[in-house]
Design a protein around this ligand. Sequence first.
Ligand SMILES: [Zn+2]
Length: 90
Amino acid sequence: MLKEKRRLCPECKGQIEPGHTDMVYELKGIKITIKYVTANICSKCGQSFVSGHVAEEVNRLVNRVNEDVNSFIKTQPETGKRHKEVAIAV
Ligand SMILES: [Zn+2]
């Protein structure tokens, strides 16, 4: 196992600290926000870095949610230009 070293932000060379971030996706006019995703956050510029494994899991969740939201929307009468939004906090 590789031990993860303390990294510096490629943008500003600030210190990267463990934290959480919100990941926002826009799919077919539906905004999907996954809140409180484990990430590393630059303490200087606020840039967030999500590990490949976590990003993969979030993508899977978003794809699943997107399918479910789309089938749910088909049951709803069209109510004009209402902004559709889904937020998930884990
Ligand atoms: Zn930075």
